[in-house]
Design a protein. Structure first.
Length: 255
């Protein structure tokens, strides 16, 4: 694996990456840090691509029972990339981006080089460009959910299990110990994703954008909310205009 990977992309894709790097605060010295964005994003895109292949394979084997399912499987994956995520849909390849794999993600790029490009019969740069073409055609809220897939998964797990969640707010640098209540995709708002929670230490109901959630982890200990707190949290979700109240504090002492 080379220290840096050069990928030619369309101006459309380059602009989307620039916008997302700035929107989600991947910056360095006041400029967009697309390399930081791509190191966070590409491992998730690779996993999504592998999951789709698994679904295709399972459908062929269980629903169609084709004896030549492996050949059909390989053909379908190639066709999907060529038809839906090809370069012609997004313009000429007039921009170059450079990716320097981080130490944490070098194994992902090694997997692309040693396995993924063999499965898809593509060159390394073509495979990565296909990932970015697919990503760039998604709405903003979905792109944010992919970039912060790990944080969303942790928050979702905390919601389902009532286990206590800890995280740091990137904007305020505050640490929070919370009961995670619900999260909202932004297709019905201004393309944002918002997490609603009860701050246990501050005794406040709050909401924060997904991209502001950093260093998130959950512990085994669970939080048992009162019925009144659940009612207040639900009322906050029902009435709150999240666009206007990013990190807004709700009622206090609702236990």
């Amino acid at each position: 694996m080379n220290d840096k990977i050069k990928v030619k992309v369309s101006a459309f894709v380059a602009n989307i990456l620039e916008i997302d790097a700035l929107s989600f605060e991947f910056t360095k010295n006041g400029k967009s840090n697309k390399n930081g964005l791509l190191n966070k994003l590409i491992p998730t895109l690779v996993e999504a691509r592998k999951e789709r292949r698994n679904q295709i394979e399972n459908i062929l084997k269980t629903e169609y029972n084709q004896s030549d399912s492996e050949n059909i499987y390989n053909a379908v994956n190639t066709v999907i990339d060529k038809v839906y995520f090809n370069d012609e849909n997004l313009g000429t390849l007039e921009e170059s981006i450079w990716i320097r794999p981080s130490k944490e993600n070098i194994s992902v790029f090694d997997e692309i080089e040693t396995s993924e490009i063999l499965i898809t019969a593509q060159e390394l740069s073509v495979y990565i460009r296909g990932l970015l073409n697919e990503y760039s055609m998604l709405p903003l809220y979905k792109r944010e959910a992919l970039i912060f897939d790990r944080e969303l998964d942790i928050f979702s797990t905390a919601c389902c299990t009532s286990r206590i969640l800890y995280f740091r707010n990137k904007e305020t640098n505050e640490r929070h110990k919370v009961f995670a209540f619900d999260y909202f995709y932004g297709y019905w708002m201004n393309s944002g994703n918002y997490c609603v929670f009860y701050d246990i230490n501050k005794k406040k109901i709050m909401a924060t954008p997904l991209y502001d959630m950093q260093d998130a982890y959950i512990i085994k200990q669970k939080f048992k909310p009162s019925e009144r707190l659940i009612e207040r949290l639900q009322a906050y979700c029902d009435e709150c205009d999240f666009e206007a109240v990013v990190s807004m504090e709700g009622e206090q002492d609702v236990l």
